[in-house]
Design a protein around this ligand. Structure first.
Ligand code: AMP
Ligand code: ZN
Length: 472
């Protein structure tokens, strides 16, 4: 039974989708004004793993991730660079898709852009105005927070506390400091759209309400995003959508913990960030994804190089087993008398993932499995194709299809014939050295190859090697 911790009810609940076998899921995507950083990547990757696990459980998942392509930050960047907002948004949208692909995040079913949904946004604001939840003040339209009874139900805040804590804003046009913008009147040098309230552009929150409704309907199953979005963004989305439709907006709310640096949220504004692009130069997508998977999505996670190095070593263990299996498969006979069962590990993996997508436990199961599979291979001189394929299938179903950290059929990175021959020559020299009991030389060869990223693996069948993969 799959359970999900729901921010709305503050409990772990059994997951029951609105339509059997189908999941409709929305995640707040990037504001496209810069390359995204590794903190953003944590939210994108963990939502991808959740989606992949739902697919593993045979749900047909409709996964929507929006792009905020009209926003103060985009306008600011465009003005700084003497470009139009459209240029900036298009440039960073393209960069977003490139990076997300490198991170092996599956493409969303739809990636709606705010600027392509102006009509839906305007219609939704009109609906709120007609129902008395919105007011127009000379071209600026605001949401009247006090009018919505459930305001604060997601974040656990109540209006009175919020009011007493709110900074006194110098905004004469708002009735209440907590009211937020649905439509912003155009200022000089800003992009604008025609509307019933004059020229202007939408507020950020209304964009997600309009786009999720367009692509997933008035009620859907899962809404996700980083912890920073619980208030006010998601609280406001609920207020807008539920006031307009009178229906429950999203049944489950999932929030991702922050990626921190020295216990502080990685963010553009604090300047303590690494772009995903930079990090991908040093670590592969598999390493980054394993690093994130080793901590449950909801908890905080501190970024540091030694943790990533540890994940790199961990990934090598999985890749080494894949390589070992693929090599053995080249000569293996069909079936032998020895059996190797993955069933208990598969169950343990599923139990971990069913428990609010506990990837931390699930990766531990995979590492235990690796040890046991290697022991099995060490202890049996001839292992048949059936057993080898069953190990490969387990790794494919879990580490590849759900966590997205390996590719069991990837050809080793280097296919340069000369390089392979030279490595093989060194392996042969090392074997000769070992036969002559010259262990000083054989260790030297192994260690120096290791430093170059060539990992040697000894087994009864001889020595094989693996080149550790780093994306360039
Ligand atoms: P933004 O482009 O800032 O709107 O953020 C895109 C997504 O990344 C949102 O779901 C944010 O909540 C999430 N996010 C931003 N910073 C972090 C962080 N340091 N750790 C985890 N998620 C983050
Ligand atoms: Zn959103």
């Amino acid at each position: 039974m799959l359970t999900i911790y729901n921010t709305l009810t503050k409990t772990k609940q059994e997951f029951k989708p609105i339509t059997p076998n189908e999941v409709k899921m929305y995640i707040c995507g990037p504001t496209v004004y810069d390359y995204f950083h590794l903190g953003n990547a944590r939210s994108f990757i963990m939502s991808d793993i959740i989606r992949r696990y739902l697919e593993y459980k045979k749900y047909n998942v409709k996964f929507v991730m929006n792009l905020t392509d009209v926003d103060d930050k985009i306008i600011k960047k465009a003005n700084e660079e003497g470009k139009t907002s459209t240029d900036v948004a298009e440039f960073y949208s393209k960069a977003f898709f490139e990076d997300i692909e490198k991170l092996k995040v599956k493409r969303a079913t739809v990636n709606p852009k705010a600027t392509a949904h102006m009509q839906e946004i305007i219609d939704l604001i009109k609906q709120l105005e007609e129902k008395g939840f919105a007011y127009n003040n000379n071209g600026d339209v605001f949401y009247n927070v006090k009018k919505f009874d459930g305001y604060g139900k997601l974040s656990g805040k109540n209006i009175e506390d919020l009011e007493s804590g709110a900074r006194v804003e110098i905004n004469e046009s708002k009735r209440n400091p907590l009211d937020f913008s649905l439509w912003k009147k155009a200022k000089p040098n800003e992009p604008y759209w025609e509307s019933p309230w004059g020229k202007g552009r939408p507020g950020w929150h209304i964009e997600c309400s309009a786009m999720s409704c367009k692509h997933l309907g008035e009620s859907f199953d899962i809404h996700a995003g980083g912890n920073d979005l619980i208030f006010p963004h998601h609280e406001n989305e609920i207020a807008q959508s539920e006031a307009a439709t009178g229906k429950t907006f999203s049944n489950y709310w999932i929030h991702f913990g922050f990626l921190n640096i020295d216990n502080e949220k990685m963010s553009k504004s604090l300047g303590n960030f690494f772009t995903t692009r930079e990090v991908l130069k040093k670590y592969s997508a598999g390493v980054i994804r394993l690093f994130f998977s080793q901590t449950h999505y909801a908890g905080p996670l501190n970024y540091n190089d030694s943790l990533l190095e540890a994940s790199k070593k961990g990934l090598e263990k999985i890749e080494n087993l894949v390589h070992r299996i693929n090599e053995l498969l080249k000569t293996a006979i069909d079936k032998t008398a020895v059996d190797f069962s993955s069933t208990t590990y598969k169950e343990a993996f599923e139990n971990a993932m069913d428990d609010d997508f506990n990837t931390s436990k699930a990766t531990a199961v995979i590492f235990d499995y690796i040890k046991e599979a290697n022991r099995f291979l060490d202890g049996n001189s001839s292992v048949g194709k059936v057993e080898l394929n069953s190990i490969k299938e387990f790794l494919q179903a879990t580490a590849q299809n759900v966590l997205g950290i390996i590719d069991v059929d990837a050809t080793p990175q280097s296919d340069n014939g000369l390089e392979q021959s030279l490595i093989q020559l060194l392996i042969n020299l090392r074997t000769d050295a070992k036969k002559e009991k010259n262990f000083q030389l054989s260790d030297k060869i192994r260690n120096q190859l290791n430093d170059l990223g060539v990992i040697l693996q000894d087994s009864k069948e001889g020595t094989t090697y693996k080149i550790t993969s780093v994306n360039s």
